[in-house]
Design a protein around this ligand. Structure first.
Ligand SMILES: Nc1nc2c(ncn2[C@@H]2O[C@H](COP(=O)(O)OP(=O)(O)O)[C@@H](O)[C@H]2O)c(=O)[nH]1
Ligand SMILES: [Mg+2]
Length: 441
């Protein structure tokens, strides 16, 4: 991405609206504005009312124009914003006029990319801009805002600081092999490294929670036919979404719907009951149930409290991952002396609040808004690699490897952390990140 040209884009959402904004950023922004706006933009950060003029001085629109002179702007460059009437035709025409007058079209994320290149924000903050725009729940928005304010960057810098301290000790050992050892004992350094590594791993482990926060949670109802999966789906959604009948094999296809649990958005899947069958449609439904099972973040295995467990159910329970499964005893209106933690009646709607609490507890989602979570796979991979390099250092220390060799692993660990905030990063990675942005951001 070339940052020497002056870019222009429509910054507001497409369609009709009261006002739309066309903006430009770059060295030529002000001189281009002088060609197409009837009033000179003398002062920075002041709105001027005037006319947008075509190449032959014809009036295209009446508008407000604001310039924000470098470095006091979003991108760190001269920016001009034209606030015009919000029709899609007129805004396109005004954008074209900017291009005629010397600007080039902005690629997705180009403005934020420039902000990053000019040191207005680091890479984790730039990624937060997009996260904020695409946030679909209050919790996701609040997290993105913290990230934009630098929460992830601060945490990374803190970890790096600690590693720099260790690097200094290792270097002292190299430079002063005799006295150096007195700076710190081998055990102390090992212990410190282990603690830092654990901290990095714990930070990486927040990825799951972060993903749930942004993308929501997929819950899958699984069980034998007629245990009340569809009834539970309806009870949770509070509407008659799925067909419920006493006939086994009623649900064939996967049914899907959205709901909220606490501040999380949840995708609920109802599936065909698992059993041996010759019926072709039902067989296909069962195949789909098994796929949905794989895809789910959490499986709700529904059991019928009014009868004893079937052999198939016993083996199903054994085949599911305990950390991904909740056992739910339904039809407790028919029999309540059952031993089980989650007892519900989908028919009467009892036990559902406890079930929701159990779901939140199971996915270890805590709505503590101040906790710093990572949500980008890129960040998780960098943290994993950083921890891995540290384990090489720790292992080397134990085996008595000379400090010279250990410093290179330590540097690598630091480098992986640095990539999160965006130094030392390849062009491909950068363009992959910014191409996900919208145009004009
Ligand atoms: N008594 C009682 N019957 C239920 C309950 N939940 C479902 N049923 C009945 O069990 C039958 C099968 O329910 P359905 O939801 O279709 O089960 P699915 O095959 O697992 O989807 C229907 O006749 C429901 O009315 C419950 O909590 N208590
Ligand atoms: Mg069903």
């Amino acid at each position: 991405m070339d940052i020497h040209q002056t870019i222009a884009a429509i910054a507001t959402a497409p369609g009709e609206g009261a006002i739309a904004i066309v903006r430009m950023s770059g060295n030529e922004a002000l001189s281009i504005a002088a060609k197409l706006f009837s009033v000179p933009l003398l002062k920075s950060h002041v709105a001027y009312y005037g006319k947008i003029l075509g190449a032959n001085r014809e009036i295209l629109d009446h508008a407000l124009a604001i310039c924000m002179k470098a470095p006091h702007s979003y991108t760190g460059e001269d920016i001009v914003e034209l606030h015009c009437h919000g029709g899609s035709f007129i805004t396109k025409r005004i954008l074209e006029r900017c291009l005629e007058a010397g600007a080039v079209t902005a690629e997705p994320g180009a403005f934020t990319f420039r902000a990053f290149m000019h040191g207005k924000m680091d890479l984790a903050q730039a990624e937060a801009v997009q996260a904020l725009i695409s946030a679909k729940s209050a919790a996701a928005m609040s997290h993105a805002k913290n990230q934009l304010e630098g929460s992830i960057s601060k945490k990374v810098l803190l970890l790096q600081d600690k590693l720099f301290g260790i690097a200094a000790i290792l270097e002292a050992w190299v430079d002063f092999p005799e006295e150096g050892i007195e700076f710190a004992s081998l055990e102390d350094v090992s212990l410190d490294l282990r603690l830092i590594k654990e901290e990095i791993e714990a930070f990486a482990a927040t990825f799951h929670e972060g993903k749930v926060l942004y993308e929501g949670l997929t819950l899958c109802l699984i069980g034998a036919p007629n245990v009340g999966k569809s009834s539970l789906m309806n009870a949770l959604l509070r509407k008659e979404r799925a067909i419920v009948t006493p006939i086994a094999g009623t649900t064939r296809d996967i049914l899907e719907d959205q709901m909220q649990i606490g501040d999380l958005s949840v995708r609920l899947l109802d599936t065909a009951g698992l059993r041996e069958t010759e019926e072709i449609i039902e067989q296909e439904g069962i195949k789909r149930s098994k796929n949905a099972l794989q895809e789910a973040d959490l499986v709700l295995l529904v059991l019928d409290a009014s009868r004893t467990l079937l052999a198939e159910e016993e083996s199903l329970i054994k085949s599911l991952l305990p950390e991904k499964t909740l056992l739910i005893w339904n039809k407790c209106d028919l029999r309540s002396d059952i031993e089980g933690v989650l007892k519900i009646s989908a028919l009467q709607g009892t036990g559902l609040d406890k079930l929701k609490e159990a779901i939140l507890a199971k996915i270890t989602y805590n709505s503590n808004k101040d906790e710093v979570l990572i949500t980008a796979l890129r960040h998780k991979e960098a943290l994993d690699k950083s921890a891995q390099s540290l384990s090489h250092v720790i292992q080397g220390l134990q085996e008595g490897t000379s400090p010279e060799f250990l410093t290179s692993d330590l540097k690598e660990s630091l480098q992986h952390l640095t990539r999160i905030i965006g130094k030392d990063i390849s062009e491909e990675v950068l363009s992959a990140i910014f191409s996900r942005f919208c145009i004009g951001k």
